[in-house]
Ligand binder design. Structure first.
Ligand code: ATP
Ligand code: MG
Length: 138
């Protein structure tokens, strides 16, 4: 069943110049780019986006990192998009990420881990609505 998920190319990958290489992973695996833009997150936006982690010890660092430079936000669409994107991303800690995944190939550390992907269809809908109006998703 066609599904949507939110993907973010994080500041480390944007500054490394691998936006195109990461987008290619999605397009080569039947995830269509339904929406895409480059944005600089404000502190408030990043705090809202990662609100679920507010009580975690790494929350301050996470928000600091996500606001350290521009990010590319995308809506990916395709069969089982949420799970497929998570599979292509690899584990949160790039040192544990399977060979050939985006994080294994482009990420340095658990903080600077190249990409975000929604973890459920429900959260995907919430996250997409934080960044895109329906008329921008094509
Ligand atoms: P994301 O939500 O960014 O796609 P994820 O779903 O793989 O990543 P989460 O558990 O949602 O992982 O954590 C969100 C982010 O917080 C991670 O991407 C990572 O940068 C950071 N993070 C998670 N766990 C830790 C940790 N133990 N130490 C430091 N940073 C962490
Ligand atoms: Mg997550």
């Amino acid at each position: 069943m066609a599904e949507r998920t939110l993907s973010i190319i994080k500041p480390d990958a944007v500054s490394k110049g691998v936006i195109g290489k990461i987008v290619d992973r999605f397009e080569s695996n039947d995830l269509r780019i339904a929406a895409m833009k480059k944005v600089q997150l404000s502190r408030a936006m990043a705090e809202q986006f990662y609100a679920i982690h507010r009580e975690r010890p790494f929350f301050g660092e996470l928000v600091g990192f996500m606001t350290s430079g521009p990010v590319v936000v995308m809506v990916l669409e395709g069969d089982n998009a949420v799970a497929k994107n998570r599979e292509l991303m690899g584990a949160t800690n790039p040192k544990e990420a399977a060979a050939g995944t985006i994080r294994a190939d482009f990420a340095e550390s658990i903080d600077a881990n190249a990409v975000h992907g929604s973890d459920s269809a429900e959260n995907a809908a919430l996250e997409i609505s934080q960044f895109f109006a329906e008329f921008e998703i094509l």
